[in-house]
Design a protein around this ligand. Structure first.
Ligand code: TNX
Length: 511
């Protein structure tokens, strides 16, 4: 016994690294597997980031990792390409031929005392892995100023890949306009939880927010106000490109939405010819829905849509254009159906796929058209009957504009109050009988902005609910449970504070 004691003591004194436990790291979304090995790796100013391919995109992801680690550590880590196996004290970003189950977003993260090796099949997978690596570090890694402390991370191996390929957030920039910086901040926060889609609701009754050069009054006039009568605003095409590029660097696809034929008062006010009676209505700054419609029987309407879609497609590297289609209460169904059919044809003529709110399932859906379920189960099922995939956005679970409870000062409650437990406690493939796993493309959390006026409001309504949604989209259902999620989230609030996120401090987090 005495000898054994001395041998053990000798071995552990050889290694100066503290013993840390990887399974205690609070990771969101929860990875598919975590194996701990009980020691640690120390990051210091000599650590190198190595990449195994001379690709610009991989180099960019390496530099991104440097930029994430720099403010708090003060280290400006060098990124170098290598053909050899990694030396010690490196973080090796290795694109490799992992098993196909890892798909385009999966990865293996192996942390030993000597080095960190991340393997993925694609650069996108590498980017997702870096989000996990960030969370393995102490919370202070997210600080914006230099922290005087050593940077140890627990050793072990994480294997991970997503359940759903589409994991999105929607931001309504029409009811209230948000600046480019605010959208970028939201993108940063979404990327940290491995979301991969940002759907921008770019037009509504209260404002048109994207410059269309062939129809300039849409923004100069139609973008000049917002809910409550504020000054509104819009993105020039250059600014919009900046958002799309910033999102792309975070491996997030931007999906632009032009809502039609309803929710179009801003366009109708800007161009009288889009109205059946040729009379432009006034700009609208209230919050009612369902009162406006494009004139579906006029040819000029389709010329207008063709121009808008063409200019939008030029700004859209991603595969989708969202055509809205919701709440067209003043469009007769016999006008709505041919309208949606024709708008689909326009979008497909520019080689993009269509997404629309669940009402579009009344029309004849094209092969690649996706239905976004928000309210009516029978619409979603109509879509499935036409072989469409469904994006799950049930208003009672993922509408980020819903109040948490009756005391929440901003937000609405027409669908529900959504506390953190309610937002987490649902499963896409079990939510509606008849909407099965194979019909579901993924999930998306919309944030409508009738009552949301600035980035603080955005953060307050989105966080922490959207962290739960990110887990619902990524982590297998069998591995999720509320108690485990809640206890991780309680620890995670410190990181949110350090990141300066204006999150909702629910009473459920202090129980
Ligand atoms: C319904 S969800 C709408 C939006 C509103 C939202 C408010 C959907 C497709 N339409 O126009 O902003 O409720 O929660």
């Amino acid at each position: 016994f005495v000898i054994l004691f001395f041998i053990t003591a000798l071995i552990s004194s050889c290694s100066s690294n503290p013993q840390l436990n990887l399974s205690e790291a609070t990771l969101f979304p929860k990875p598919v597997s975590v194996i701990e090995t009980g020691s640690s790796f120390e990051l210091n100013n000599k650590t190198k980031i190595l990449i195994n391919e001379d690709s610009q995109d991989l180099l960019q992801v390496g530099n991104y990792l440097t930029s994430i680690l720099k403010p708090s550590t003060g280290y400006n880590l060098i990124v170098e390409s290598t053909t050899q196996n990694p030396k010690s004290n490196s973080i090796y970003l290795k694109i490799s031929n992992l098993d196909s189950k890892f798909g385009s977003e999966g990865y293996k993260l192996n942390i030993s005392e000597e080095n960190v090796i991340i393997e993925s099949r694609t650069i996108e997978g590498m980017f997702r892995a870096i989000q996990t690596l960030r969370q393995v570090f102490p919370d202070e890694i997210e600080a914006i100023d230099k922290q005087e402390k050593p940077w140890f991370i627990a050793t072990g191996e994480i294997q991970d890949y997503p359940e759903y390929e589409y994991r999105g957030a929607m931001l309504d920039v029409a009811r209230h306009f948000f600046r480019v910086e605010d959208v970028k901040r939201y993108i940063d926060l979404l990327a940290a939880y491995k979301l991969n889609v940002l759907h921008l609701h770019l037009s509504d009754d209260q404002g048109w927010r994207i410059e269309i050069k062939s129809w300039p009054k849409l923004t100069t006039y139609g973008g000049s106000t917002e809910v409550g009568g504020g000054e509104g605003g819009f993105y020039t095409q250059e600014q919009y490109k900046e958002i799309v590029e910033y999102a792309a660097a975070n491996y997030i696809t931007v999906i632009p939405e032009i809502d039609m034929p309803g929710h179009t008062n801003a366009a109708l006010a800007s161009y009288p010819e889009l109205n059946c009676d040729n009379i432009a209505p006034k700009l609208y700054t209230g919050t009612k829905v369902g009162f406006s419609t494009l004139c579906t029987g006029k040819e000029i309407t389709y010329k207008f849509i063709d121009d808008v879609v063409r200019e939008l497609v030029e700004l859209t590297p991603g595969p989708y254009i969202h055509i809205g289609g919701d709440e067209s209460h003043v469009t007769a169904l016999e006008d709505y159906i041919p309208f949606i059919n024709r708008v689909q044809d326009i979008v497909y003529s520019y080689d993009k796929k269509v997404i629309g709110w669940d009402e579009i399932a009344h029309a004849d859906l094209k092969e690649n058209t996706t239905v976004q379920f928000w309210a009516r189960e029978e619409n979603a099922k109509k879509g499935i009957a036409q072989n469409s995939k469904v994006i799950m956005s049930p208003a009672t679970k993922v509408y980020l504009d819903m109040k948490y409870d009756s005391l929440t000062k901003i937000g609405l409650n027409w669908a529900a109050f959504i506390e953190l437990d309610s937002a987490y406690l649902w499963t896409p493939e079990k939510f509606v009988e008849g909407i099965d796993r194979e019909s579901i493309l993924g999930i998306e959390s919309p944030l409508w902005s009738e009552t949301i006026t600035n980035i603080d409001d955005i953060e307050y309504m989105a966080f922490p609910r959207i962290i739960g949604h990110s887990e619902i989209g990524w982590t297998p259902t069998s591995m999720r449970n509320w108690e485990d999620y809640k206890s991780r989230l309680i620890k995670h609030t410190n990181r949110l504070k350090i990141k300066g996120v204006n999150y909702y401090d629910s009473k459920l987090l202090s129980e």
